[in-house]
Every structure is written in C-alpha cells, then in structure tokens.
Write a protein that binds this ligand. Sequence first.
Ligand SMILES: *[C@@H]1O[C@H](CO)[C@@H](O)[C@H](O)[C@H]1NC(C)=O
Ligand SMILES: *[C@@H]1O[C@H](CO)[C@@H](O)[C@H](O)[C@H]1NC(C)=O
Ligand SMILES: *[C@@H]1O[C@H](CO)[C@@H](O)[C@H](O)[C@H]1NC(C)=O
Ligand SMILES: *[C@@H]1O[C@H](CO)[C@@H](O)[C@H](O)[C@H]1NC(C)=O
Ligand SMILES: *[C@@H]1O[C@H](CO)[C@@H](O)[C@H](O)[C@H]1NC(C)=O
Length: 290
Amino acid sequence: MFSISLLFISLLLSFANCKPTVNNISDLLPRLLLISFDGFRYDYPDIYTLKNFRSLLDRGVRVQHIINSFTTTTFPNHFTIVTGLYEETHGIVNNIMYDPILNASTSFDTMNDTKWWSQNSYSEPIWMTNELQNNNGKVETKRRSGVISWPSTGTPVNGHMPSKYEIYNETRRFETIIDQIIKWFKDPNEPINFGTIYFYEPDHTGHIYGPLSSQMNTTLQYCDQLLGYLLAQIDNDPYLKQNLNVILTSDHGMTEVDEKRTLKLDDYIDSSLYSAYGGLSQMNIFLHSG
Ligand SMILES: *[C@@H]1O[C@H](CO)[C@@H](O)[C@H](O)[C@H]1NC(C)=O
Ligand SMILES: *[C@@H]1O[C@H](CO)[C@@H](O)[C@H](O)[C@H]1NC(C)=O
Ligand SMILES: *[C@@H]1O[C@H](CO)[C@@H](O)[C@H](O)[C@H]1NC(C)=O
Ligand SMILES: *[C@@H]1O[C@H](CO)[C@@H](O)[C@H](O)[C@H]1NC(C)=O
Ligand SMILES: *[C@@H]1O[C@H](CO)[C@@H](O)[C@H](O)[C@H]1NC(C)=O
C-alpha cells in the first residue's frame, strides 16, 4: 500500500505582541491541537478543490510527505504518531491481530483492554507526556490533556488516563467533537493545553470507492467544511487565535487497486495450514506447527 500522508502545521501566532484577552491562568503553556483525518492522502488538496485545507496551508507549513511506519493501518499508525514508537515496539501491529505471547486476538470491541496498549512500559502517548511535565503541580502551570476518539482513548496506557477524554462513538457528528475540544481549551477553570481528535473519513470512502472518485470528492468537501467549522471557531476567538497551534495529519494515504488483478491465497495454499488475522490492506498469517 502506497503510504504517504499529509502533515500541516499551522502556527497561529500572528498577534504575538498582544496580551491574551480571555484567560491568563496558564499563559506559559504551549497550546496544541492535533487532528487526524484517517487515510487523508498527501495530495488530496492538490487533486480536489478544498478551500479550508488551502487556507490552513497558506498560513502554515506543509511538509511534502511523511513516511508512515508499517503497518499502515489505523490503530498501529495512530499509536505510533502519539508514542513515537514503531509497531514492533508498542505491539499494536494491526487493527485486528493475534498475539502469541498474550495468546489472544483482538476485535474492535476488545481493543479497549489495557493489555493491548501497555505491552511495552515505554509506551507513553503524548497526552501522558504532557501531563507528566507539570511544574511541581503548581496550578498556574497545570498541563492537562483532552483526547477524543483517538485509537486507545478510554483505555489506560501504562496506568495513565488523560484528564479529559471521550471514547470513539461511530454515530457522533464530528462537529460535536470539535465543539467539545474547543470547550476544553477555553475552560476557565481547568483548561487543557493539549488536545487531540480523530475523524474516520476520508479513509472509509477511500476503501470503498478509491482515492480518485466523485464519492471521494463529496467526502472531502465534507471534511473541508468540518475544517472550516474548526478554523472559524479558532479565528473568532482572540485567545485561541493567538495561542493555539494546530497540527493536521493522517495515519496513511490511499492508492487505487485494480479489482481484476487479484490472487486468491486459498487457490494456492491449503487454508487449514495457517490462521490469518486482519483484513483490508494487510493480514498477519501464522503457520500451524507440525
Ligand atoms: C493575569 O495575570 C495578572 C498578572 O500576572 C494577574 O494579576 C491576574 O490576576 C491574572 N488574571 C487571571 C484571570 O488569572
Ligand atoms: C468536486 O465537487 C465540487 C463541488 O460539487 C466541484 O465544484 C468540483 O469540480 C469537484 N472536483 C472534482 C475534482 O471532481
Ligand atoms: C490459548 O487460548 C486458547 C483458548 O482461547 C486455549 O485453548 C489454548 O490452550 C491457549 N494456548 C496456550 C499456549 O495457552
Ligand atoms: C470494552 O467495550 C466492551 C463493548 O463496548 C464493553 O462491554 C467492555 O466492558 C469494555 N471493556 C473495558 C475494559 O472497558
Ligand atoms: C453516541 O453518540 C450518539 C449521538 O450523539 C448518542 O446518542 C449516543 O448516546 C452516544 N453513545 C455513547 C455510548 O456515548
């Protein structure tokens, strides 16, 4: 799978000389919002007309590409993004996997067990790193993290949970996720200084219709509207406009495949000789012993 995704970094520090207007409880803290649009191929803003992605790009920094870690699927790469560890180290090697040491397999419903995310004591999501930097517990420099829908949300990683979180909910509108994370950044009493949110599109559309399709255009127009909704909330708030940095990224890209050019493993290898876990772009195959 071709696997280049995008990374935009927007530094919204255009009024560096103004004093914060809303709240200065934690002025010394950097503020960062990390957003992932799953499966957002690096060149979508060049292929499709996406006004808000373009606007972010024009006032920020765009990296040309990222080399993903392998495997290029949702859970492995999202955990790599927040821990800085490769899959073989953090142990999330696929969306659906079997682990011979744990003698257990996963599904979307059982991935909320801490044993999957705490396989290595070095696994430390950035929301945990942020909170571990608290300055002797002084209230005025209290770092708090807020996490919504990011893979592993709601599961303790090596015993740690972010101050604020909401677990993945398929039927929830992404606008309400944006509203919530912004509310946490603006909370007068317990503001977060690091927030991260995840959206499952355009990956879903890419898997069904491919990256170059009218359906992808429709989905990307929606993603662009969502980004516009977020940027408007930041731009309309003098405090956030002045203090919030935004990183927009993705876990992997998307390429076209020809459904006529396929090989069926079962036509060549006796399926009783192995067990397979995974699906979509990758599978893990375990040969039976004997
Ligand atoms: C903001 O900082 C000033 C000067 O440090 C302080 O006097 C004031 O109480 C602070 N305001 C809030 C809302 O924390
Ligand atoms: C995508 O859709 C928009 C809005 O319907 C349209 O203006 C644009 O031409 C389409 N772009 C592509 C590349 O199909
Ligand atoms: C692995 O788990 C299965 C049941 O899920 C059990 O039958 C099997 O004995 C276990 N294997 C080992 C080596 O513990
Ligand atoms: C994981 O999610 C399932 C299904 O939603 C739920 O029944 C279970 O209690 C959850 N387990 C943990 C450890 O949160
Ligand atoms: C998921 O979101 C929907 C729509 O906002 C809501 O009605 C539902 O209660 C949520 N489910 C959970 C488990 O929070």
